[in-house]
Design a protein around this ligand. Structure first.
Ligand SMILES: C[S@@+](CC[C@H](N)C(=O)[O-])C[C@H]1O[C@@H](n2cnc3c(N)ncnc32)[C@H](O)[C@@H]1O
Length: 257
């Protein structure tokens, strides 16, 4: 198509959209209803073969969306080329819709709160966990942007499967607040309700005074003496798993691609 620059939609949207970096991020985003106005690849045949193998459900959408561009053009669009050589831009979901989703009660699955997290990789891993367990949302407090490109990369496109927003401590969603802290009561003696708000402290200094003051329960994960704490994302994993054992609202059959 002489005269048509296949990257002009990308240039127009790059500043306002969310970068989906790699085949799996695009696959997840499409599955969970993201609006994806532009998607490119350096190898359309390889990307569609991957879809045939791993994600036939989204193959028709990928077939319609993916534009092949030269390898150098693809490389110029992403911070680090992905092995699948696929990249796309998605429209960030509306904050108002997310706030409504987070505030709605009764709730069938908890909200995860990361209180002043520092590490972008941890935040992405937590969003992926929350999506996998069907959590209502992930709320962060503090300066970290949960839609930062590095967090989105760590979340593997699953920001679109749960409500991800930044709020202040007084704005946290309603529901009993279970704050995770090694000094709390052993989680094994507790049932975490579906409407729980599960709060986790920062990697460096644990729970903030504001969130600690609002907590209805302090909850500890089993840990042998002399170990100070677990990693933030693994703490969220254990807690959501514990919730899932006692809940009818938790995800069903294991597996997936
Ligand atoms: C890396 S830890 C924070 C360590 C920090 N130095 C502190 O003073 O608490 C991050 C968060 O994971 C959760 N966490 C880690 N280990 C835990 C445990 N054994 N029981 C409950 N929560 C835990 C807590 O919410 C904690 O604030």
């Amino acid at each position: 198509m002489t005269g048509t620059d296949p990257l002009s939609p990308w240039r127009r949207l790059a500043d306002t959209c969310v970068l989906l970096d790699g085949f799996h991020a695009l696959k997840h985003a499409l599955r969970f209803g993201a609006e994806v106005p532009v998607a490119v690849t350096a190898d359309r045949g390889a990307a569609l073969a991957l879809a045939d193998e791993l994600a036939p459900d989204v193959r028709p959408s990928l077939d319609a969306l993916l534009t092949e561009v030269p390898e150098e053009s693809y490389r110029a669009l992403v911070p680090r080329p992905h092995p699948t050589a696929v990249a796309a831009l998605a429209v960030r979901p509306s904050r108002a819709a997310h706030l409504e989703q987070l505030a709605r009660t009764p709730r069938t699955a908890p909200v995860v709160v990361l209180d002043q997290p520092r590490n972008l990789g941890n935040a992405g891993a937590v969003i992926r966990l929350a999506a996998g367990f069907g959590a209502t949302g992930v709320v962060t407090t503090g300066p970290l942007d949960p839609w930062h490109p590095t967090v989105v990369r760590g979340g593997a496109g699953l920001h679109f499967a749960t409500a991800v927003e930044r709020l202040t401590a007084p704005e946290l969603p309603p529901g009993p607040l279970f704050a995770l802290d090694p000094e709390g009561d052993d989680i094994r003696g507790l049932k975490l309700p579906d409407d729980a708000v599960l709060a986790f402290g920062s990697e460096r200094s644990g729970l903030s005074p504001d969130v600690r003051a609002r907590a209805d329960h302090l909850v500890a994960l089993p840990m042998r003496p002399q170990v100070s704490s677990y990693n933030l994302a693994t703490s969220v994993a254990m807690t959501l798993y514990h919730w899932s054992l006692g809940s009818a609202g938790s995800p069903g059959t294991p597996g997936g691609s």
